[in-house]
Design a protein around this ligand. Structure first.
Ligand SMILES: *Cc1c(COP(=O)(O)O)cnc(C)c1O
Length: 372
């Protein structure tokens, strides 16, 4: 590897090349058929994901954001309610909560996993709490056992944000199939990514599945499209995306295994390096490989150096959600969630995707070690 052969943080074209024939053929058949919304491709994809995750129902949607929003609507979350979640996640998690009129109640994260700390849940529960919404950040499943236990004790629903963890397992269950509802995103960069937007919810509850099916299609009756039973929206997964995802689903186990192998390779070579903490591999499918430095200066210094030698990195997430301007009306302030704020200063995500080459990994490892 020379400095000129720039590594990409994520190169989706490499994966496309490996499945081009299958994809092009299937997309061509949809184009020839002339049906672009709904149909058996969409229904079959839903069935296959439900089977893969060992869940009773799967409802495909237009995005992961809609999966969260419509799930919250389906369990009746509305103005005046509270929903507990983590401040260390992508904006959409808390945005979906706020868009229902409910208030996101943040609970700090654990230092080692970046996931919500179950020990802090109970003291945040009030009479208004309707849902606990843990996020499986970077592809590692949150500690669901104590979360489910606390939720049960207070009769609160659990909605998983499994946008980053498709295929991950926790105590023999698939992420997204542990809580009352699980939400996936098929945004192109996700482990199971479409070539456009897409999302899905999983549930074992028939009523919830029926409600979300209504909500995603203007509340229109199955028997008569122009009879609208409730207010909904348009959040359908289109036929071309479902077709593409159905093909990619066949490869997801192999791709996730490769991600884990890459993470293990990084860990093997970086775990002894002073000033750096590597991630644990428990219940993880490595949507992101995120290391932690011991100070903001060290993190920024490493990032700058890597950039100079042609290695792109990302900071997920530089600003915890309680400090986002969009949520300022909730009155949170710096210092409220110290672990999330500390993580925001110290994390750095290195390139990881199934098609990342060994020479590229070695080049990244060599340069991380060089500067530290
Ligand atoms: C990607 C993502 C979402 C949103 O999914 P979209 O499909 O982009 O709407 C929500 N939560 C998390 C944690 C995500 O990573």
């Amino acid at each position: 590897m020379s400095k000129k052969e720039r590594i990409k943080f994520l190169d989706l074209s490499r994966q496309y090349k490996t499945i081009k024939k299958e994809i092009d053929g299937a997309v061509g058949r949809v184009l020839d058929g002339g049906n672009f919304i709904g149909g058996s491709e969409v229904e079959n994809f839903e069935k296959e994901v439900a089977q893969f995750c060992r869940s009773k129902y799967a409802v495909s949607l237009n995005s992961g954001t809609d999966a969260l929003y419509l799930s919250l609507k389906a369990v009746g979350v509305r103005t005046g309610d509270e929903v507990i979640t983590t401040p260390f996640t992508f904006f959409a998690t808390a945005e979906a909560i706020a868009n229902t009129g409910a208030k996101p109640i943040f609970v700090d994260i654990k230092e080692d996993s970046f996931n919500i700390n179950p020990d802090l849940l109970e003291k945040s529960i009030t009479k208004k709490t309707k849902v606990i919404l843990p996020v499986h950040i970077f592809g590692q499943v949150a500690d669901m056992e104590p979360i489910m236990k606390t939720a049960k004790k207070y009769n609160i629903k659990v909605i998983e944000d499994a946008a980053q963890s498709f295929g991950a397992e926790y105590k023999k269950k698939k992420s997204g199939a542990i809580g009352d509802i699980g939400c996936f995103s098929f945004f192109p960069s996700k482990n199971l990514g479409a070539y456009g937007d897409g999302g899905m919810v999983l549930t074992n509850d028939r009523k919830t599945a029926v409600t979300i099916n209504l909500l995603k299609n203007h509340g229109s009756s199955k028997n008569d499209k122009y009879k609208n039973l409730i207010l909904g929206t348009n959040s359908r997964l289109d036929t071309i995306q479902a077709t593409i995802l159905k093909i990619k689903l066949k490869h997801i186990n192999k791709w996730n295994k490769t991600r884990i192998k890459i993470a293990q390779y990084y860990n093997k070579h970086l775990s002894g390096v002073a000033g750096l903490t590597t991630p644990s591999t428990n219940n993880h499918v490595f949507h992101q490989y995120t290391i932690r430095l011991h100070s903001e200066e060290a993190r920024n210094g490493l990032r700058k150096y890597l950039q100079k030698v042609g290695i792109p990195t990302m900071i997920y997430y530089a600003l915890p959600l309680h400090l986002q301007l969009a949520f300022r009306y909730f009155g949170n302030k710096t210092g409220d969630f110290p672990e999330a704020e500390k993580a925001a200063k110290e994390v750095l995500s290195l390139p990881i995707y199934p098609e990342l080459k060994r020479v590229e990994m070695d080049y990244i490892i060599r340069n991380v070690k060089k500067i530290l």
